[in-house]
Ligand binder design. Structure first.
Ligand SMILES: Nc1ncnc2c1ncn2[C@@H]1O[C@H](COP(=O)(O)OP(=O)(O)O)[C@@H](O)[C@H]1O
Ligand SMILES: [Mg+2]
Length: 252
């Protein structure tokens, strides 16, 4: 057994809830919503961590305005604090360089990050997952089985099917699901809500398309003023209020 797997439990011993944001497809807002969720919780006085697990295109540090910062080391690595959120990302080590990784490297990097990061005491740790339910998601379920999944979907037909598959996979893995949220909500809508209802998963809210988001990226102060952030804050309260409720819905 990899000794780092045992170290992970120690590193996460002071962490309350662990919430992984997933949704299977890329480009549906997992990173902006993960980062904003962590920021919203920190604003409410919670001690919050944010771990960017998209190793090929890490972006949480960009959302929270963390360019050029480096973690300090002493018996492990301290997260970089951005706008009150304790963040960790491969970007702090690889900078702008591409980090090509094959299957084994991905698991190794995940093990390494989980084994070295000194989160300290946290009310919640948010995991920003890469697109797809591949190595990273499977490893998270294996290495940190108490992780609760927050599924993100959009009303697009190409997304709905993949979110449906994600629910089925998480059910098969018996991974806890805290709920489902919709991003890029258009008028009408309701597809993601219907999917949640049909899957036996709580629907936690919808985030509108917000043209003001792009210019607010990297500036937490401006981010907080967007309609986008308001909606994420509400979803954050829903998730926070559901401590201990996440279960895998019965398979169907
Ligand atoms: N609700 C929204 N309103 C406006 N732009 C959004 C919204 N959600 C996501 N975006 C934009 O879509 C792009 C992809 O978002 P990102 O969080 O990187 O997706 P993912 O992590 O799922 O690949 C980013 O440019 C982001 O700013
Ligand atoms: Mg992302």
């Amino acid at each position: 057994m990899d000794p780092r797997a045992a170290a992970i439990d120690d590193r996460l011993a002071g962490v309350g809830r662990i919430v992984a944001v997933t949704g299977s497809k890329g480009g549906i807002g997992k990173s902006v919503i993960s980062s904003s969720l962590a920021l919203a919780w920190a604003d409410e006085g919670m001690a919050v961590g944010l771990l960017d697990l998209d190793f090929t295109s890490p972006s949480d540090h960009v959302v929270l305005g963390g360019g050029g910062r480096f973690p300090t080391e002493e018996f492990g690595v301290d997260p970089v604090v951005l706008a009150g959120v304790r963040t960790m990302s491969v970007a702090y080590f690889s900078g702008d360089a591409a980090a090509p990784m094959r299957g084994g490297d991905v698991t190794n990097t995940l093990l390494e990050l989980l084994a070295i990061t000194r989160w300290g005491d946290l009310d919640a740790l948010v995991l920003d997952l890469p697109p797809g339910l591949g190595d990273i998601a499977l490893d998270v379920v294996r290495l940190v089985p108490r992780t609760e999944f927050l599924l993100l979907g959009t009303a697009s037909r190409v997304v709905i099917g993949s979110v449906q598959r994600a629910v089925r996979l998480l059910v098969e893995l018996r991974a806890p699901i805290v709920g489902m949220a919709e991003n890029l909500r258009r008028d009408g809508g309701g597809e993601v809500e219907a999917l949640a209802a049909g899957s036996g998963v709580p629907f936690l809210g919808a985030v509108p398309y917000d043209p003001a988001l792009e210019d607010a990226l990297g500036d937490p102060g401006r981010l907080r003023e967007t309609d986008f952030f308001d909606a994420v804050r509400r979803i954050g309260r829903e998730v926070a209020g559901r401590a201990g409720t996440a279960t895998s819905p019965p398979g169907r």
